[in-house]
Design a protein around this ligand. Structure first.
Ligand SMILES: [Zn+2]
Ligand SMILES: [Zn+2]
Length: 159
């Protein structure tokens, strides 16, 4: 059973309902890639645990005020063109397109069950609105938070 996914540093809580829904909608392919087109990937299942992360490491690594992430099971991420360059920092692994440096993936560990994907690198990010905002303790003062979604100073407490 796919419980206890870790998504961008917090455990995704799940239920049987969620698992059933995930399985029934699993058969879709989502594509994305880097800015120059040299690195392309395919996701074999729908992204879940959608977050806006305001942490300093995400900010610097993306060169953006904050980063949107979604998770997929590790086997569902397939590089179809080019190469992702892995960089280890603060015990986490970030992957960047080797061709042009676009930030693509995040892993809690090299054997983590899930891989987080930058929503903004998807060919069509529009269906994947954030569900939570995390690491508000690092948020820049001029970034306006969407009050309609839950937000956390760091990460949600494990349930
Ligand atoms: Zn590229
Ligand atoms: Zn982050």
């Amino acid at each position: 059973m796919r419980c206890g996914y870790s998504s961008h540093g917090y455990n995704y809580s799940c239920s049987w309902q969620f698992v059933v829904r995930l399985r029934s909608t699993n058969y879709m392919e989502i594509t994305g890639g880097c800015v120059c087109g040299g690195t392309r990937y395919l996701l074999k299942s729908r992204l879940f645990a959608l977050v806006d992360c305001h942490c300093i490491d995400c900010r610097r690594s993306a060169g953006a005020p904050y980063v949107q992430w979604g998770s997929v099971p590790r086997p569902d991420v397939v590089i179809t063109k080019g190469e992702a360059r892995k960089v280890s920092h603060a015990n986490r692994i970030r992957s960047f397109a080797a061709c042009c440096g676009t930030h693509l993936f995040f892993e809690d560990a090299k054997d983590s069950e899930t891989i987080d994907v930058t929503i903004a690198s998807l060919d069509d990010p529009t269906p994947f609105a954030p569900q939570k905002a995390i690491f508000l303790e690092d948020k820049l003062p001029w970034v306006v938070i969407d009050e309609s979604i839950p937000s956390f100073q760091t990460i949600p407490k494990k349930q």
